[in-house]
Ligand binder design. Structure first.
Ligand code: 0WE
Length: 262
């Protein structure tokens, strides 16, 4: 029997079969969870519905996390299928493309800052607020972060501030929900070639740099992030809350780039 048998997971942020959300969904389904999904816009409806079906789910609901009305609708609809939610996955980030290149000081704008923080951080607590009536003791919330939250990564720019906010959100949410035995954590994933990554200049070079300099001398896979997510949201991790677990082939522990390629 899987270690998520009988658990119900709502997964926000699935776009295609390269999404981190897909790695998480697969691992959770393998461990016995029942799944529901949201998708950002009508143009993703058919694809997400088909992916949901691959994992035996017939629940795919439209939700733009920038809209409180959309978020309210999701839980209103979900109420028809489920009477509680055990797991909520937030795997969503966005900043306008102009914010993810060039010099931080030169290129950051008030609007870019606002959008990055709204979609990438506020949306996590907005979903938690709306989900709250369906959560119960033992429920788990999980967000996906990146090293740029705590280190200055070239070109990550205002997304780094938004991920720092997301990680602080994890701590404040964990503190607020802990007394109800609801846990909140994040995974800080190493770079992965997702659809979002395709819009980023020099992404292949970043992947290559990571693979040459991480202790494991490679990048991480969707399955590795998925497995860690399944663990954190399971009763196996019942003592862990408010934390950020690095799933990055060890990259973040290095103090210097590898010398001479060794
Ligand atoms: O969080 C991210 C990227 C998320 C993201 C991606 C896009 C591309 C398309 C947010 N907003 C947008 N907006 C778009 O218009 N990552 C961890 C991947 C990533 O992105 C980078 C990275 C890494 C790693 C950007 C610059 C430098 C490194």
């Amino acid at each position: 029997m899987g270690f998520l048998q009988g658990k119900r997971a709502l997964i926000v942020g699935l776009a295609n079969n390269h999404s981190i959300a897909w790695g998480i969904a697969r691992a959770m389904r393998r461990e016995g969870a029942e799944l529901a999904f949201t998708y950002q816009s009508e143009k993703l409806a058919a694809r997400v519905t088909a992916l949901a079906a691959e994992l035996d789910s017939d629940i795919a609901l439209r939700c733009d996390v920038g809209s409180d009305a959309d978020i309210a609708q999701v839980f209103h609809h979900l109420d028809n299928y489920w009477n509680h939610i055990d797991i909520l996955i937030h795997s969503v980030a966005f900043a306008p493309a102009s914010q993810l290149e060039g010099n931080y000081i030169d290129d950051v704008t008030r609007e870019g800052f606002r959008i990055a923080h709204d979609i990438s951080s506020y949306s996590f607590v907005a979903l938690a607020k709306a989900a709250h009536p369906m959560l119960r003791a033992g429920s788990n919330l999980l967000a996906i972060s990146y090293l740029g939250a705590v280190r200055a990564v070239p070109h990550y720019n205002v997304m780094g501030l938004a991920k720092a906010s997301l990680e602080a959100n994890v701590r404040y949410m964990a503190a607020a929900l802990g007394p109800q035995q609801i846990r909140v954590n994040a995974i800080s994933a190493g770079p992965i070639k997702t659809a979002a990554a395709k819009g980023i200049r020099d992404f292949n070079r970043m992947l290559d740099y990571g693979a040459r300099n991480a202790p494991l001398r490679r990048n991480v896979t969707l399955d590795e992030v998925g497995n860690a997510a399944a663990f954190l949201c399971s009763d196996l991790a019942s003592g862990i809350t408010g934390d950020v677990l690095y799933v990055d082939a060890g990259y973040h522990i290095q103090g210097m780039a590898v010398l001479d390629g060794k």
